[in-house]
Design a protein. Structure first.
Length: 93
């Protein structure tokens, strides 16, 4: 790893003990390896979260642009949705 940057990370004593225990168990060669794997996992989750946030922003903008708000009876809406779901199940969808 010639292209690495060293940084300092603060963690709770419990977290530090977990890192040390993972290394002592032989599952990891070093604490850095544990942290790199944790960063890979976090990076994957962050990418999904960023996409989700962007999609929510798009939906928000679409909602704002859709016109004047209209009051909705959620009980009626839920009942209609259930009827549609049941109809779809009945029709083999």
């Amino acid at each position: 790893m010639s292209n690495v940057e060293k940084i300092s990370v603060s963690m709770t004593p419990q977290q530090a003990n977990l890192v040390r225990a993972a290394v002592e168990s032989g599952a990891y060669a070093s604490g850095s390896e544990v942290i790199r794997e944790a960063m890979r996992d976090w990076t994957a989750k962050w990418e999904v979260r960023k996409d989700d946030i962007e999609r929510l922003r798009q939906l928000w903008d679409e909602g704002k642009a859709s016109g004047t708000p209209v009051a909705v009876d959620f009980d009626t809406m839920r009942q209609e949705a259930r009827l549609q779901l049941n109809a779809a199940k009945t029709n083999g969808r």
